[in-house]
Write a protein that binds this ligand. Structure first.
Ligand SMILES: [Zn+2]
Length: 193
C-alpha cells in the first residue's frame, strides 16, 4: 500500500470509519512504515489537544458567566435601591418635593449608574476589557452630567446650597470608579481579553 493512500485513510482509521479490510491493510503497513506510524501518533496527539482546549474553557466559562450575571444583577439591584432611598428621603425633607437635595445627592448619580448598565449588554462588541470598562465609566459620567443638567432645569436651583450638588458630584465620581472596576470584572468573567 502506498504511503499517500495510508495517510489519506488514517483519519478514517482513527475514527473507526473504515472497513475491517482497510484497517488490516493500514495496520500491516504501519508495522513496516515508520513515517506513517509517526503521522498516526501526531494525529492522535492533535485530537487529544483539541478535546482538552474545547472542554476546559467551557467548564470555566459556566462558572464565570454565573459570576458575571451575579455582578450585573447586584449592580442593578443596588442602584435601584439607592434611587428608592433617595426618593423616600426627598419626600420627607421639610421642603418637600420642590427640594432637590436628595435628587442631587443620590437619585441622579444612582440613576446614571443604573442607565449606564445598559451598555453591559454590548460587552461582546467591544475590542477588549479595557475599552469596555472605560466606555462603561464614560457613559456613567455622561449620564450623570445629563441628570444634573435635568435637575438644575427641573428644580430651578442647586438645592438649598452648593453642598448638596457637591456631595452628588462626589457620589457620581465614586459610582464612575465603581463602574470602571465592576465592568472590568464583568467583561473578564464573560471571557474578554
Ligand atoms: Zn507509509
Amino acid at each position: 500500500m502506498d504511503c499517500n493512500v495510508v495517510l489519506d485513510l488514517l483519519p478514517l482509521y482513527l475514527d473507526d470509519c473504515c472497513s475491517a479490510e482497510s484497517a488490516e491493510l493500514i495496520e500491516s503497513h504501519l508495522k513496516n512504515c515508520k513515517s506513517c506510524s509517526k503521522a498516526l501518533e501526531n494525529m492522535k496527539g492533535k485530537d487529544f489537544c483539541e478535546e482538552v482546549s474545547i472542554s476546559v474553557p467551557e467548564k470555566i466559562s459556566r462558572i464565570e458567566q454565573f459570576k458575571a450575571s451575579l455582578i450585573q444583577s447586584v449592580a442593578l439591584f443596588v442602584s435601584f435601591a439607592l434611587i428608592i432611598l433617595g426618593v423616600t428621603f426627598e419626600s420627607v425633607t421639610p421642603l418637600g418635593s420642590s427640594n432637590g437635595n436628595w435628587a442631587y445627592m443620590l437619585i441622579v448619580p444612582a440613576t446614571a449608574f443604573m442607565v449606564s448598565l445598559a451598555n453591559w449588554y454590548f460587552v461582546r462588541f467591544y475590542k477588549n476589557t479595557k475599552v469596555f470598562s472605560w466606555f462603561s465609566s464614560l457613559f456613567n459620567f455622561m449620564f450623570s452630567l445629563c441628570g444634573f443638567a435635568w435637575a438644575v432645569i427641573h428644580y430651578g436651583n442647586f438645592g438649598e446650597n452648593f453642598l448638596y450638588p457637591g456631595i452628588g458630584a462626589f457620589v457620581a465620581l465614586v459610582l464612575c470608579v465603581a463602574s470602571k472596576i465592576l465592568s472590568s470584572f464583568y467583561a473578564k468573567c464573560m471571557g474578554k481579553e
